[in-house]
Design a protein around this ligand. Structure first.
Ligand code: C5P
Length: 231
């Protein structure tokens, strides 16, 4: 049976290339992440096809942020594609509105705390309050849980501190920035291996380039599944 703890990021420009990759991966992947990069390239149609025709689970990584009424309408509309996970920013009014939009569906709302690409200087530039990044991540996660988030996106380094929050019980932690031990980190700075991310509390790991850029994507996915099977 496919190990759905692995989510493959389909960071390809269009649905045709996404489908080619999904066909190469076959039963090595049961869960795909489709993001903004593919939105204008047929991403929602691909999400629908992978779900309805191939039985795959779908994570729409849209990182929505807007006024409550717009979020609720957008999430209600997206839920018609029957995705499993959807990201929104972790601001409580956004999470709350997203949960209302998802009412009646099985969609899980995942909150982005602070983008892992941002450092303290970026937060200063964006007028975010003072404090150490891990403390702000923990506080944002706590507020998102209180607003009803089904889970959060977190770097592997943040997974353990979020997992330790009392309100994290029964919530999902989904972790990008994961690399097989022997692979190129690319632009990911704070990385972990698949098994260590899971040991630190991740329920799912998101892996993109180590799989879709590999000459043999199925073998690359299989080596990640092998690492996961040690946990
Ligand atoms: O290619 P790679 O494995 O780095 O892809 C990771 C995926 O997770 C990409 O789709 C990227 O946009 C996403 N992501 C991330 N860091 C975040 C949030 C999302 O790398 N903080």
């Amino acid at each position: 049976m496919t190990d759905d703890r692995l989510i493959v990021a389909l960071d390809l420009p269009d649905a045709v290339q996404g489908l080619v990759l999904a066909e190469k991966l076959g039963d090595a992947c049961g869960f795909y992440k489709i993001g903004l990069g593919m939105l204008t390239g047929g991403g929602l149609a691909l999400a629908n096809e992978l779900k309805q025709e191939h039985g795959k689970r779908i994570f729409l990584d849209m990182k929505l942020f807007d006024i409550a009424a717009t979020i609720e309408t957008a999430v209600r509309g997206l839920s018609q594609f029957d995705p499993d996970f959807l990201t929104v920013h972790g601001d409580p009014h956004v999470v709350d509105a997203a949960k209302q939009g998802a009412a009646g569906s099985d969609l899980k709302i995942l909150a982005v705390t602070i983008l892992t690409s941002l450092d303290r200087a970026d937060l200063d530039a964006g007028l975010m309050k003072a404090g150490a990044l891990p403390d702000l991540v923990r506080e944002r996660a706590q507020k998102a849980f209180a607003a009803g988030a089904d889970g959060v996106i977190a770097s592997p380094q943040e997974a353990a501190l979020i997992r330790a929050l009392p309100d994290a019980k029964g919530r999902l932690i989904v972790t990008p920035g994961v690399r097989p031990a022997d692979s190129d980190p690319g632009d990911q700075k704070r990385i972990a291996t698949p098994a260590s991310a899971v040991r630190d509390g991740a329920d799912h790991i998101v892996v993109g380039r180590p799989i879709w850029q590999a000459s043999d994507p199925r073998a690359a996915a299989q080596s990640i599944l092998d690492d996961l099977s040690k946990t």
